[in-house]
Design a binder for this molecule. Structure first.
Ligand code: FDA
Length: 305
């Protein structure tokens, strides 16, 4: 219930304005967001990669209906990738892009044009782009844009959400050679007509999707903090003869950092999703919705504790 309320609030412009203006909010947000500027993002990337992790960096922002704002987001990614290039990290530092932030709501063509510019900047540094997946109304468009991007940039990846009924079919389509698929549970408020509602159903669907990806020819990116799913991944890797390095784990910045380090210490590729920028509201609210304890942490900080 609380999670659904927070997800609904994540779309409210009024609450966005009130929360963003609260002076203590920033301190709390810092737990999940690397900073506002490119320099802070680059420092976080240097720190994480220096400790044996890999990263995917997200310039925060979503849902614009303004072509100039969409172009500005693409330019921000280009600046970020240029700032990262001297670190010489190649594919150890890729970027994650929300197509709604680069014009998807205006037209697929505009989103494709902006995403292509980001792919070109990533490719110049030997790196890639992964497309985040947003609410279910955007999935067909995102997968269509992915197919076009992969013609010139075949390593472009995409997130698939196990809570959607359609995702097993999407995993089957995407489990092909060269394809990079990030499997997540899903973070949006979706209706029962399109998505599993219970945690157990979502987890079981995750395992079914994971099995398809691990058995297939692509590169699975197992994005979860859930220990049971990590154990199941290891069983499936064994069953389908996938060595360490033929799949990777992904987790969010600031969440289960001990687990991130332990997996990397055991030789796994662990990619940390590093968000930065000042448009953190929607991202932050989804992190609160995932875990009631985060709300308590937020309220304590607002109370000055
Ligand atoms: P679950 O929510 O069951 O959490 C398992 C355990 O992890 C919890 O018990 C807790 O210990 C810890 N944990 C999880 N979330 C936490 C939090 N917010 N704070 C503190 N602890 C927490 N979604 C989407 O719809 N589209 C996308 O493109 C992406 N992209 C993406 C990239 C990466 C790298 C990750 C890791 C996740 C996403 N997500 C996403 C979010 C995803 O859908 C999901 O909401 C979260 O990963 C939480 O689900 P878990 O699989 O971790 O399981």
């Amino acid at each position: 219930m609380l999670g659904q309320l927070l997800l609904a609030t994540s779309r409210s412009r009024l609450v966005r304005r009130s929360v963003s203006g609260f002076p203590l909010t920033r301190k709390v947000v810092d737990r999940f967001v690397a900073g506002e500027g490119v320099e802070e993002a680059r420092d976080a990337v240097a720190r994480l990669t220096g400790s044996g992790l890999t990263v995917t960096v997200d310039h925060l922002g979503e849902e614009t209906r303004d072509a100039d704002a969409a172009a500005a987001t693409a330019a921000a990614y280009t600046r970020l990738l240029e700032a990262l290039r001297p670190l010489g990290l190649g594919e150890r530092a890729e970027v994650s892009v929300k197509l709604s932030a680069v014009g998807q709501e205006l037209s697929d063509e505009l989103a494709l044009e902006n995403a292509t510019a980001i792919c070109a900047a990533a490719s110049a540094g030997g790196s890639y782009v992964t497309l985040d997946m947003e609410d279910h109304t955007t999935v067909d468009s995102t997968l269509a844009i992915l197919r076009k991007l992969r013609v010139e940039y075949p390593s472009t990846g995409v997130a698939i959400q196990s809570y959607l009924f359609r995702s097993e079919d999407d995993c089957r389509d995407l489990a092909v050679s060269g394809s990079r698929v990030r499997l997540v549970k899903g973070a949006y408020n979706e209706p029962p007509s399109v998505a599993h509602q219970g945690r157990q159903e979502v987890d079981r669907a995750y395992v079914r999707c994971l099995r398809i990806l691990m058995a297939g020819q692509g590169y699975p990116m197992v994005a979860t903090h859930d220990d049971r799913l990590i154990s199941i991944t290891e069983v499936l890797a064994d069953r389908f003869g996938r060595a360490v390095g033929e799949y990777e784990y992904q987790m969010l910045y600031g969440i289960r950092t001990d687990r991130q380090e332990a997996l990397a210490g055991a030789g796994h590729t662990v990619r940390v999703y590093v968000p930065y920028g000042d448009d953190w509201y929607g991202y932050f609210m989804r992190r609160l919705a995932e875990r009631p304890a985060n709300v308590a942490f937020f309220l304590r900080a607002l109370g000055g504790k």
